[in-house]
Design a protein around this ligand. Sequence first.
Ligand SMILES: *Cc1c(COP(=O)(O)O)cnc(C)c1O
Length: 398
Amino acid sequence: MSENKAPRRRRPATELVHGGSLRSQFGEMSEAIFLTQGFAYETAEAAEARFNGEDPGFIYSRFSNPTVFMFEERMRLLEGAVAARATASGMAAVTAALVSMLKAGDHVVAAKALFSSCLYVVEELLPRFGVTSTLVDGTDLNQWRDAVKPNTKAFFLESPTNPTLEVIDIAEVAKIAHEAGARLVVDNVFATPIWQSPIALGADIVVYSATKHIDGQGRVLGGIILSADQSYIDDHLHNFLRQTGPSLSPFNAWVLLKGLETMEVRVQRQTSSAARIADVIAAHPKVSKLIYPGRADHPQADIVKKQMRAGSTLIAFEVDGGKEAAFRVASALEIVKISNNLGDAKSLITHPSTTTHQRLSEEARLGYGITQGMLRLSIGLEDPEDLVEDISLALDQA
Ligand SMILES: *Cc1c(COP(=O)(O)O)cnc(C)c1O
């Protein structure tokens, strides 16, 4: 196999199409799917060299596979990371990113507005193994500072957050983490690598659910961990993934590679439609609140401007009349589908308090700003004017 010769750093749209490509002796244009568990060695000596690291080739698809490697490389080049490792899902990425570097006696500080499975990892799973955690309001830098303990090893945040689209100052939180000797892990799913580069802002580790915008067509699960420092991979992550096996299937890696080729145009189109639709929703008389990181009235508009290249493909809003009104709106939509995925080519609406955040108490939900009237909208690739009509008619039913 021959690697692309790419000494020069290329712009993101080019990396998304060509980055990391490997070609076999057949010279195939589209990346090959290597659906194989293992690899054959010509001689016993060749196997020995592969295992002792003298020959860098592939050994076993639990931890290295050519198709998965192409996906990792393409993401690494896009993100400006030192190393990348793909996983079976976004949650496998979050769990491995944290668990691989933590041990009993360590402490984690996390922003409390997290994807609910991430909250489970921080609040329930890690404490079972002796890793304590403190949850803070991520938008309040003093709370991050005050939460630091001598044994704090990791900071974890998501920005914009799910589903309230709060924005956290990544560069400032990174400074506090580094003063404390901790690594900052950022879940960058909502921003996408197109609009936000956490490593450039000072984060040490970035995780994605590739299930969202990277696939972008609702087909497969996948995840990826990207790191700004090689020692995190060498000392922690590589061995954890190799020995515990939350591996990405080569077939899913291939779907995700193809997703990356079109990700920039999809995310650009979805964002410009979302910006237009956010303005329409905000002006509707049945809507009491709208949060869109791209509008001047976003609560952290100054931070959005500083760290994001554009707004979002997601919109959060609240209708008057609580759950009944929110349900009437969701059920009246014809083009927009009711689902809990996001970043899909199809526009999707979610009622967080009865679905993704159902597990929490009403009190906890209100603490996160998730009211019964709140809906989260993920804008797809349909004609924006059809979406405006569909959403306006549905809002009239609130
Ligand atoms: C979806 C999502 C995850 C989990 O990803 P899966 O691929 O579903 O496991 C983690 N964080 C955020 C912000 C997400 O949106």
